[in-house]
Design a protein around this ligand. Structure first.
Ligand code: NAP
Ligand code: ZN
Length: 349
């Protein structure tokens, strides 16, 4: 056991505070990872504030982890000490159900072990995430970070990257498709970069008119400020595919009407529920789907794809002491475009 510095939410209504947790020595198939960087996902905020219900406290958030292997169990074959690795949104799953066998561990029928705010596969040991100095993980749930990428800009790929890559791939987005990315935050800005790297024509739809230049600089071909008069009317039936990353309650019907016949809209944002009008789907045989992160194999594929296309996140690196401030800025859609915690700040304190 190793006592480890961390930041935790002790209740849903209080700011994160310095905390300490125990990390176990790696078992025969586990590695101990020294954490260098951890991204701040809006899901951290939803869960810290118990907006999805069932949050487990104390909670050490963080599921966009990049670090170095510092210890390996005796039977570990995939990693050696000194390897640069990543950990995403889950650290284990049952290994034997259909979903796990197909490499879609995020849909594990027994329930994946979320990196934090969850339990290990024993069903009782709580998991603690990346706002900490180290983590012990099964070797099969660790990702290889391609060489040569700036690590602080890679960390967000472990959630924001895979969450946008997976639906773009799964629903067959291809070169020349007209793709809309809705919401330009952590997920949205990765969606722009990845869809663009896939050859799509990318339009950002944003409720922040001031993000126009950023959207274009990130690679978008076009920008629609959704608050502008007539924004929805003039773009009816324009897109083949819409990726909706909005974190707050909004009307899906407005966006569905922007899909052409047989087009698909995929929700990845997880806000409060909102009614859906059947006509929004029926009239043009449109499809509405959802998508949850991605499996280990696909996450590795995404990291390799990003390395090949030189895609990394645009980040603001912060010391851990600024994490509560960062949360407030994320809630105001004032993030450019992912906060990443430099864990050296936690090691120092
Ligand atoms: P984020 O950085 O806060 O980005 C969300 C964006 O949504 C904001 O930047 C803003 O973009 C837009 N937005 C916020 N409030 C809005 C409002 N009231 N009306 C319209 N647009 C609004 O969050 P994130 O980290 O990208 O996460 C986005 C959502 O995805 C969260 O709900 C998160 O929990 C979820 N998520 C899901 C998965 C999954 O596997 N499905 C994985 C990770 C995260 P503009 O300023 O451009 O409008
Ligand atoms: Zn996330």
């Amino acid at each position: 056991m190793k006592t480890t510095a961390a930041y935790a939410a002790v209740t849903a209504k209080t700011p994160l505070v310095p905390y300490s947790i125990e990390r176990r020595d790696p078992g025969s198939h586990e590695v101990l990872i020294d954490i260098l960087y951890c991204g701040v996902c809006h899901s951290d905020i939803h869960q810290v504030r118990d907006e999805w219900g069932g949050s487990i406290f104390p909670m050490v958030p963080g599921h966009e982890i990049v670090g170095t292997v510092v210890k390996a169990g005796l039977q570990v074959s995939k990693w050696k000490i000194g390897d640069t690795v990543g950990v995403g949104c889950f650290i284990d799953s049952c290994h034997v159900c259909e979903a796990c066998k197909e490499g879609e561990e995020q849909f594990c029928e027994a329930g994946m072990s979320a990196t934090y705010n969850g339990y290990e596969q024993d069903g009782k040991t709580p998991t603690y995430g990346g706002y900490s100095t180290c983590i012990t993980v099964s070797e099969d749930y660790v990702l290889r970070i391609p060489a040569g990428l700036p690590l602080e800009r890679v960390a967000p790929l472990l959630c924001a990257g895979i969450t946008t890559y997976s639906p773009l791939r799964h629903f067959g987005v291809k070169a020349g498709d007209n793709v809309a990315i809705v919401g330009l935050g952590g997920l949205g800005h990765m969606g722009v970069k990845i869809a663009k790297a896939m050859g799509a024509h990318v339009t950002v739809l944003s409720h922040s008119p001031g993000k126009r230049n950023d959207a274009l600089a990130l690679g978008a071909d076009d920008f629609i400020a959704t608050g502008e008069k007539g924004a929805f009317e003039v773009n009816v039936k324009r897109f083949d595919f819409i990726l909706d990353t909005i974190s707050a309650k909004h009307d899906y019907n407005d966006y569905l009407n922007l899909l052409r016949r047989d087009g698909t809209m995929v929700l990845v944002g997880i806000p409060e529920p909102m009614p859906l009008a059947a006509g929004s789907l029926v009239m043009q045989r449109r499809k509405l789907a959802g998508s949850l992160i991605g499996g280990i194999r696909e996450t590795q594929e995404m990291l390799d794809f990003c390395a090949e296309h030189n895609v990394v996140s645009d980040v603001e690196v912060i010391p851990i002491e600024k994490v509560n401030e960062a949360y407030e800025r994320v809630l105001k859609s004032d993030v450019h475009y992912r906060f990443v915690i430099d864990m050296a700040s936690l090691k120092k304190s």
